[in-house]
Design a protein around this ligand. Sequence first.
Ligand code: ADE
Length: 225
Amino acid sequence: MRIDIITVVPDLLKSPFEASILKRAIEKGMVEIHLHNLRDYTTSSYNQIDDYQYGGGAGMVMMVEPIDKCISKLKSERTYDEVIYLTPDGDVLNQGMANSLSLQGNMIMLCGHYKGVDQRVRDMFITKEISIGDYVLSGGELAAAVLCDSIIRLIPGVLGNETSALTDAFQDNLLSPPIYTRPAEYKGHEVPKILLSGHQRKIDDWRDEKALQRTKDRRPDLLED
Ligand code: ADE
């Protein structure tokens, strides 16, 4: 998988890929991340990428031409399965979307800034619009980093057995049950006896029950479908 990220602040997107699981996935050759500075695709002498809104109103709008030039250049070099625009008015990211995107080949992610992009960018190039939640960030970069993380960790072979994504919260629309490690007792707080019992069937049943209870208490909406 190859992910090309178009941004006006490439520095914001460096460190997420320089540590831990994402770094390892890149080193293992399972994913390639390429950052593109939109300012490299401007035509004006002072590298303009945004302009005032037609019709008036506060806030600048990212212009169609630099984005067109960047996306068209990328598309002339290889094929892409998705061109994703990170925006607070997109479909809200969930585990199901991350699962299906992890099966895709190449994708472009476009990070918005200011008021967002000219609507014609969305009409002409974008195949999916994704939000990471109902709040507004300064730009789409951190949202793109979140989206990349949620996708890349699901690529087969990226996670070892000890961190298998199959047991993640949300994989079966349930939150995770409580988890414990040593010591078995800490300042009077004990690990539930069942987890020390060695009865795997009973342990699995206990975990299922706790996961269901936690989901009912905290996220009943997940059980509605
Ligand atoms: N850009 C600004 N806010 C965002 C959000 N919540 N999700 C995705 N992109 C964004």
